[in-house]
Design a protein. Structure first.
Length: 494
């Protein structure tokens, strides 16, 4: 039996401008130009240029700041051809026709060019050296296969038996494991030293063999340590090494280990891959301390010169003086209207992006003002996303989008914004301090420890408690790992 019922529910739908804003807000400065180029390609009503002077941008309302992330952009509804278009909305549109988005500081044109380093790839360097060996065609094919199997850090991790099979099935070349190993030994003599090793032990041994002239005691002992006591070496069981090698003077071990730890564990990293460009961090904000006063500006790349196409507004003028009963002309005008709307939405989203970025960054500076004056990590206060969201009356999700993908250049380095957010720890006096302050103290304690008797996590916990920080051993271990500091046993030195 069919029933007819009435239900009421509340849904939140995002406007196209809100969606533009959400997407643009997440884009870091380095990717903003390509995003703008994308929009310029698909929308002929949007143009680059800023010949005309434009007054200051008015404050924009944060229409998208309380919205949730949209999974996909809703389709724009095309108005019917019979719909009348209000020409007043498009004629004499001074705000958009020659509009240059606001640059709140930083007008250096040089910032618009991103330097890209030139380099020789690891593969090209090794292939050049292979050509000097004078191998026959069969051997050269094996050498190319081996070089092609070398990963970016310089290692061959593919099993040699698999390489033999690959050559047989893919190239029809019959070879043997022994022949492949012989060619591999030749490649392992190439520069950089340690290249084409199958593991770290072999990589370090290859480098020591280059240094071995039969007279250097440190090299000789180092080779014995890596060959005979590798497990003890990586676990820093120095007493066992001394006993196993039957050496009386521990200085032999100490000097040899000092030599080993200076070797390069990733020889492929010495040459920049031709397929991967060096990564340059482009800050979204520039913060300078001028005589004790902090001045904030946006990177000039955040201020693109955009405007509405004059030719598209001219189309409306033509429509205004034409026969408005022409159905085809009405359809053309409807299409133009959609493109103009999209262009204005995009410019508004760029303006709002700038506005939101600056409000968020200013709030972070106000919260961490003492830190930004000097760069002293111990002056960082506990700060979470909610703190900044409340200060600027925005949604936490908006602050999160800014903090997760943006960075700031200061007088003491470039930092991602998420660096300034940290949890708090309560001291004996009831004061709440940043976890970064505690991490810095842990780092200082470890740097000043007796390396022959490094501090355990339990001992670090005791020392922090003595300083008034209420912290558990598991939290000490977590912070130590976040600092990329190994456990006490692996920090031990002779």
């Amino acid at each position: 039996m069919q029933r007819l019922g009435l239900s009421q529910n509340l849904q939140q739908k995002l406007s196209p401008q809100q969606i533009q804003f959400i997407k643009l807000l997440q884009v870091p400065t380095a990717e903003l130009e390509s995003r703008i180029e994308e929009e310029l390609e698909i929308n002929p009503a949007l143009e680059e240029g800023g010949e005309e002077e434009v007054p200051e941008i008015p404050e924009t309302t944060d229409s998208a700041e309380s919205s949730e992330t949209a999974e996909e952009e809703p389709a724009k509804e095309e108005p019917p051809a019979e719909q009348e278009v209000d020409l007043k909305d498009y004629l004499g549109e001074d705000e958009y026709s020659g509009y240059k988005t606001q640059n709140e500081g930083g007008d250096d044109e040089d910032d618009r060019e991103m330097p890209i380093p030139m380099g020789t790839s690891l593969h090209e360097t090794l292939m050049t050296q292979l050509g000097f060996l004078g191998l026959n065609e069969h051997q050269n094919a094996i050498g190319k296969q081996l070089i092609g199997s070398i990963e970016g850090d310089g290692y061959i991790r593919r099993d040699l038996d698999s390489i033999v099979n690959d050559m047989a099935f893919s190239q029809g070349i019959d070879t043997s494991l022994q022949e492949v190993e012989e060619i591999l030994k030749k490649i392992q003599s190439f520069d950089p030293a340690g290249i084409a090793a199958r593991n770290l032990q072999e990589c370090l041994l290859l480098q020591l063999e280059r240094m071995d002239d039969g007279k250097d005691v440190d090299v000789i002992v180092g080779k014995r340590i890596l060959s005979e006591c590798y497990d003890e070496f990586i676990k820093k069981h120095y007493a066992k090494i001394l006993k196993k090698l039957d050496l009386d003077d521990e200085d032999y071990i100490k000097d040899a280990i000092d030599l080993i730890i200076k070797l390069n564990p990733k020889p492929g990293g010495e040459i920049t891959s031709g397929m991967v460009k060096n990564h340059y961090v482009i800050p979204d904000f520039i913060l300078t301390n001028i005589n004790g006063k902090l001045e904030l500006s946006l990177n000039s790349r955040n201020a693109p010169e955009l405007r509405i196409s004059r030719s598209y507004t001219d189309m409306f003028k033509a429509y205004h003086t034409s026969d408005k009963k022409d159905k085809k002309l009405k359809e053309a005008v409807t299409f133009v209207k959609q493109k103009l709307d999209a262009a204005k939405w995009f410019i508004d989203a760029i303006k709002q992006r700038q506005h939101t970025l600056m409000r968020t960054m200013r709030a972070i500076i106000d919260f961490q003002y003492d830190y930004f004056l000097e760069g002293d990590e111990t002056k960082l206060k506990p700060m979470i996303l909610k703190d900044i969201a409340q200060m600027i009356n925005m949604d936490i999700s908006t602050v999160s989008r800014v903090a997760s993908s943006k960075s700031v250049q200061t007088d003491f380095g470039i930092f991602p914004l998420k660096y300034f957010f940290s949890e708090g720890i309560t001291t004996d006096s009831g004061e709440e301090v940043s976890s970064r302050e505690v991490k810095q103290i842990i780092k200082d304690l470890i740097e000043s420890e007796d390396k022959s008797k490094p501090l355990s996590d339990d001992k670090l916990e005791d020392l922090l408690n003595q300083k008034g920080y209420n912290i558990a051993r598991r939290t000490v271990a977590k912070y130590r790992e976040q600092l990329n500091i190994p456990v006490a046993r692996l920090r031990k030195e002779m």
